[in-house]
Design a protein around this ligand. Structure first.
Ligand SMILES: Cc1cc2nc3c(=O)[nH]c(=O)nc-3n(C[C@H](O)[C@H](O)[C@H](O)COP(=O)(O)OP(=O)(O)OC[C@H]3O[C@@H](n4cnc5c(N)ncnc54)[C@H](O)[C@@H]3O)c2cc1C
Length: 252
């Protein structure tokens, strides 16, 4: 049997836990003028203190269950710019329980893919682990899996690793490369919409540069002929980085 002092310590821990996690509940307790049994009172024995602690704990557990059930479930598919921003905005919001689903366990900073592709940055420099970002979150859970289907009539997100029920669904899965119907480009080029794809470009380029050193001039010319399709910001950035690499890093 625990001593009165030990039980008193447990009661103080339970109330501190309620105050920290359920401040609304401790406010009600104040209004109900519930008094903590005094450990000094000779009429209060260890059994009374233990019962008091048990009831406090079961009130807190019941309250936690009710508030959890009352919270709206938001499922966000995609932890890119949009999904991550929303999850961060609703982080620790008491009205929502959020499940953030992505097929990768990290956020990818796409504007710097070209630096990874050109071997100027490591993949880890532009990848941010989702569980780390939400490590201290009370309402955001991360699920790493691929969404394959939405069952809108039953409010279910179907994934390769189970189903998720939602009250609100946010689809933030980004975009895929548009080849504008050019099947040759689609078949023979490397897209650059993920860290993995940027790494494929990097590995292929570096292998070509290495092989060009020992190849005859015709073969070397082939290995070093690079076509970038798309002259938007990414195409221009890639071209500039390639030019720098050719003059500064890899003079043959
Ligand atoms: C190379 C490059 C450079 C860019 N540079 C710039 C720039 O300089 N400035 C700028 O403003 N914008 C830039 N952009 C555009 C910008 O990155 C996008 O507009 C932005 O990322 C779109 O955000 P999003 O949240 O809609 O999608 P994304 O950021 O693409 O995120 C989508 C997420 O959904 C996940 N996902 C997709 N399908 C599934 C599935 N079925 N199941 C689970 N998860 C899934 C993906 O893994 C990804 O994490 C660039 C884009 C690229 C590709």
């Amino acid at each position: 049997m625990k001593t009165k002092e030990e039980l008193n310590k447990e009661i103080l821990e339970t109330t501190a836990n309620i105050q920290e996690n359920y401040p609304e509940l401790s406010k009600f307790a104040d209004e109900m003028t519930v008094t903590i049994p005094s450990v000094e009172d000779p009429q209060i024995n260890a059994t009374t203190l233990a019962e008091y602690n048990n009831s406090l704990q079961s009130i807190a557990a019941g309250y936690a269950q009710n508030t959890q059930n009352a919270k709206k479930q938001i499922v966000i598919i995609g932890a890119g710019f949009a999904g991550l921003k929303l999850a961060r905005t609703l982080n620790n919001h008491s009205n929502y329980c959020i499940t953030l689903i992505d097929k990768n366990n990290y956020h990818q900073f796409q504007p710097l893919f070209y630096q990874v592709a050109m071997a100027n940055l490591d993949a880890s420099n532009i990848s941010f682990p989702l569980r780390n970002i939400f490590q201290k979150s009370k309402n955001v859970s991360i699920r790493v899996t691929e969404v394959t289907q939405i069952d809108a009539s039953n409010h279910q997100v179907i994934t390769t690793n189970g189903n998720f029920t939602y009250d609100y669904l946010v689809i933030a899965t980004g975009a895929v490369t548009n080849y504008f119907g050019n099947t040759d480009i689609e078949q023979f080029s490397f897209p650059m919409k993920s860290t993995w794809e940027a790494l494929q470009i990097r590995n292929t380029l570096l292998t070509h540069f290495e092989n060009a050193i020992t190849a005859n001039s015709l073969k070397a010319q082939k290995l070093l002929s690079i076509v970038i399709v798309g002259g938007g910001p990414t195409g221009v950035e890639l071209s500039g980085a390639l030019a720098e690499m050719k003059t500064d890093t890899l003079p043959l």
